[in-house]
Design a protein around this ligand. Structure first.
Ligand SMILES: [Zn+2]
Length: 353
């Protein structure tokens, strides 16, 4: 697969997502959508069964040896969206790998809250990002996820969408307006020499997937309202579309799940995608019947405790904690054929030029 082809596919996915988002407000980076997240089992329109996919407990069976890879745009997304699932996989003697695309070093409101002042220098944002990474390590440890089960890519927070749209090629490295860096400044990163470009992020994600060889890949929902979340979803789906059998990864048999952080309405259902698509184009049913995993008291308590390790984010998390620490976690599913079969998605999209 050439770079041009990979970019074309990602651009096609991006266009599809933007089409789906038509009329919903674009690029809004706030927490207002959270009010639509579930607060009790009865508020979530999850079917009792879906195409024979759901196990009696509500989710597909977990088993020994299952390899589950979770992608997080920022620290805490993995716990908010999949903190329960991470525990369930480990309890079933499966293996998890959590990949953090950024360490949240471009979150201006959070950094100002942390330092208690408005004027911040690039070194402050780097220090803030490093501090958030240490919070992440503690949070993951509390869920039994060790350093060897985590990866930090260290790409620029609040810049992932720009990598996708305007800074793809090697000649177009992105410079974070917060850290003023064009490569990861953190020694904990997977590759500290890598430049901030879309192609390098795509390659990092592909390499991570190929190395871990997951059975399941869990990513933010492509219809999430946060630009970074949406862009990470597109990068992961695009990376999956670029993998082939020679890399030990069988995408055709992979389960691709999406978690919901800033998605409204909730969940991002096939019905929602079709409704949005009716405004202009026919959106494919990439996200099908939602899945849910029941969480017991033990998992809920551990998820809550893990989120409390994100000390710097409590001003944001506290008001919404109870909405995420629910008796279940819900995921959308993306059909593997969406990323493996050109006839499924790509040929149904308008030309991207
Ligand atoms: Zn996030």
């Amino acid at each position: 697969m050439t770079r041009r082809e990979a970019l074309r596919r990602i651009a096609a996915l991006n266009l599809w997502t933007l089409t789906c988002l038509a009329g919903r407000g674009e690029g809004v980076c706030d927490m207002s959508g959270i009010k639509d997240l579930p607060v009790s089992p009865t508020t979530v329109p999850v079917p009792a069964g879906g195409a024979g996919m759901l196990a009696p407990s509500g989710g597909p069976p977990l088993h020994r040896g299952l390899r589950v890879m979770v992608f997080a745009p920022h620290p805490d997304d993995e716990t908010l969206g999949a903190g329960g699932l991470l525990q369930l996989v480990r309890a079933s003697q499966g293996t998890v790998r959590v990949v953090f695309v950024t360490c949240g070093d471009g979150y201006v409101e959070g950094a100002r809250n942390h330092y208690g002042r408005a004027g911040l220098a690039p070194k402050d944002f780097i220090e803030y990002g490093r501090m958030r990474w240490f919070e992440t390590v503690r949070a993951m440890k509390s869920l039994g996820v060790g350093n060897g089960d985590m990866e930090l890519l260290g790409f620029p927070d609040a810049g992932i969408h720009a990598l996708l749209s305007t800074h793809w090629g090697a000649e177009l490295a992105y410079v974070s307006p917060h850290t003023l860096m064009s490569r990861p400044p953190y020694p904990e990163c997977r590759d500290t020499d890598i430049r901030y470009t879309g192609s390098s992020l795509s390659r990092s994600i592909s390499d991570s997937i190929a190395e871990f060889s997951p059975h399941w890949v869990v990513l933010p929902d492509p219809l999430d309202r946060h630009p970074d979340h949406r862009a990470v979803a597109l990068f992961v789906l695009g990376a999956l579309s670029c993998l082939d059998g020679s890399q030990r990864v069988q995408v055709e048999s992979m389960r691709i799940l999406t978690y919901f952080i800033r998605t409204s309405p909730f969940p991002a259902s096939p019905e929602g995608a079709r409704t949005a698509g009716a405004a202009g184009h026919s959106a494919p049913s990439a996200v099908r019947v939602p899945l849910r995993f029941a969480l017991g008291e033990k998992e809920r308590r551990a998820k809550e405790q893990a989120l409390l390790h994100y000390t710097s984010q409590q001003f944001l998390l506290s008001p919404v904690l109870s909405r995420f620490v629910a008796p279940f976690e819900v995921f959308g599913q993306v059909e593997p054929v969406v990323v493996t079969d050109r006839n499924c998605l790509w040929n149904r999209l308008p030309a991207t030029g």
